[in-house]
Ligand binder design. Structure first.
Ligand code: SF4
Length: 359
């Protein structure tokens, strides 16, 4: 059987910039959308001429893919070579989740949606600089169900200074109490990236202990409600795992299209130029928009494979470590495999540096 092959499409447009976000995305470039879609389709055509593999999964991320009109996004999707049962995910802002848009996606081949809900608590959303309302989870859930999607995700963020453990509990109650609850939930710890308003205000930096408590509550609650822990930040009901995530976690090959998109193929990592302006200009001039590349030697590949696997519920063989003595409190060992214990999930880096392949 062929190995999975993922395709990522970067959409670098947002309605406004959230306080904590360091992604390659822009709130003042909407006038470039048409030209950007043309350039991405052109980049895909060039790749196809050079034998681009058929995708087992496609992921539109960003940025905010739902800033594009559905027909623009579907023009890109139509240009991509896909397996007959290809998983196609689109990240969508809760504000954009109307039934008409979601139906258009579904009719065009999108199979899975992902929504950045983050919290259902007003003060937390305000602190994160998010603009959707506290009922967004209900609206999203109704719309996604009405549009006929059977699998989808909601993202949460924990660690805002405005968030108490009660807020986390209330958010989880809200999500799990939905008539059509999301079958996949991701939960990320807020990170103060240096070049963001949040990063530059130490008073707003997350408290590590409070974040760990919030994360533990999320994991324990989801696991008690039929979600299986899949990877540090991801939980899914059985059968609702995200195939595209597994491409990354299993260190399989993937190709990225669009500005700032990263690729990994045959031990080589490469990425496109960061801004959409430059990306469009290069493609229009008939040039490859390549921004940089590196070839991974065998030991780097082994370390990447181990550290990615260690973050998942499959873990790594016990032989991947010289000794577990100093990290015994952070891991579990069963059937010869080492996985992160709950208390090790937020401290994964302390375990990863003990891998033999890290030397
Ligand atoms: S919507 Fe997402 S990508 Fe856009 S600024 Fe906010 S966090 Fe960043």
């Amino acid at each position: 059987m062929n190995r999975p092959f993922g395709i990522y499409v970067h959409v670098p447009f947002c309605a406004h910039r959230c306080d904590y976000c360091a992604f390659a995305t822009y709130a003042d470039r909407d006038h470039l959308m048409d030209a950007y879609v043309d350039a991405v389709v052109q980049e895909i055509e060039w790749a196809r001429e050079k034998g681009l593999a058929t995708a087992s999964s496609v992921f539109f991320g960003g940025g905010t893919p739902s800033r594009l009109a559905p027909e623009q996004l579907l023009r890109i999707l139509d240009a991509l070579p896909r397996d007959a049962d290809c998983e196609v995910t689109v990240e969508c802002n809760p504000e954009d989740a109307n039934v008409g848009r979601l139906r258009a996606y579904r009719a065009g081949g999108v199979t899975r949606m992902s929504f950045g809900v983050q919290s259902t608590q007003r003060a937390v959303l305000a602190d994160l600089g998010r603009r959707h309302g506290i009922m967004a989870h209900e609206q999203v859930s109704r719309a996604v169900h009405e549009a006929g999607f059977s699998t989808w995700n909601m993202d949460l963020i924990v660690g805002s200074r405005a968030e108490s453990l009660e807020d986390v509990r209330a958010t989880l109650d809200d999500l799990l109490g939905l008539e059509f609850a999301p079958p996949h939930i991701s939960c990320y710890a807020l990170t103060p990236e240096p070049a963001t308003p949040l990063g530059q205000d130490p008073a707003r930096h997350p408290d590590e202990d409070a974040t760990a408590d919030a994360y533990d509550l999320v994991g324990a609650t989801l696991e008690a409600n039929g979600y299986e822990w899949e990877e540090i930040s991801n939980w899914a009901k059985p059968g609702h795992e995200c195939r595209h995530n597994h491409v990354y976690w299993d260190h399989d090959d993937y190709r990225g299209f669009g500005s700032a998109a990263h690729s990994h193929e045959h031990g080589r990592r490469f990425w496109n130029v960061r801004t959409p302006d430059r990306y469009i200009a290069m493609v229009r001039a008939g040039e490859s928009p390549l921004g940089g590349e590196e070839v991974l030697d065998a030991s780097t590949q082994a370390f990447e494979r181990d550290s990615l696997a260690l973050r998942t519920r499959h873990g790594v063989p016990v032989e991947a470590f010289e000794s577990l003595d100093e990290i015994a409190h952070l891991v579990k060992v069963a059937d010869g495999q080492v996985t992160l214990a709950t208390q090790g999930r937020l401290l994964a880096n302390q375990v990863i540096v003990r891998l033999k392949s890290s030397n």
